[in-house]
Ligand binder design. Structure first.
Ligand SMILES: [Zn+2]
Length: 179
């Protein structure tokens, strides 16, 4: 069994977070570890899987809340993947801690900041608890020369959790403008 740990994969949109989550879960599977993957119901883009923009995907269980994760986990699961961690409430945190204490490894990917540079609380707390933390960047869509760390919303909407690809661009600090 893998030494239990909490891994957080974070960064802005289009930085490859889900791609890295899939890569880590696939390598655990190759080693013969028993994996299970969850995604929040709020992520409406796909229903039965998590998929990266490079076309990779893995089957995932859609859950309405963090508590639903516990219903699906049994003693055989060794590595637990969670995508779009920013969409979970803070009750995910004690559940993740409980799981790692019970000997499981947890890999969570999710946005660090919303489109107004405000941290997503659940991801902030998980990042503080995690080791390792993998912080990814995209290439700035505007200047195309710098590392992007911000998600620029390019449509007019105030819903913090609006899901979509066409509605956002990855931007560097210089090109990003809060809405
Ligand atoms: Zn830029």
């Amino acid at each position: 069994m893998l030494t239990p740990h909490i891994t957080v994969i974070t960064g802005c949109m289009f930085s490859g977070k889900t791609e890295e989550l899939i890569r880590q879960l696939k390598r655990a599977k190759i080693a013969g570890l028993n994996t299970i993957i969850f995604k929040p119901a709020k992520d409406t883009r796909n229903h039965k899987n998590i998929s990266a923009r490079n076309g990779n995907s893995l089957n995932a269980i859609t859950v309405n809340s963090a508590n639903d994760i516990l219903i699906h986990i049994n003693e055989h699961h060794e590595v637990i993947g969670i995508d779009e961690g920013q969409f979970f409430e803070s009750d995910l945190i004690p559940i993740v801690v409980q799981l790692v204490r019970s000997g499981k490894s947890i890999i969570i990917s999710g946005l660090d900041l919303d489109f107004n540079e405000k941290p997503f609380q659940t991801m902030s707390e998980l990042t503080a608890l995690a080791y390792p933390v993998i912080k990814l960047t995209a290439v700035c869509t505007k200047c195309k020369t710098k590392e992007a760390t911000r998600s620029q919303r390019i449509v007019d909407c105030c819903d913090r959790e609006m899901v979509g690809d066409k509605e956002y661009e990855a931007r560097c600090l210089q090109c990003y403008k809060p809405q």
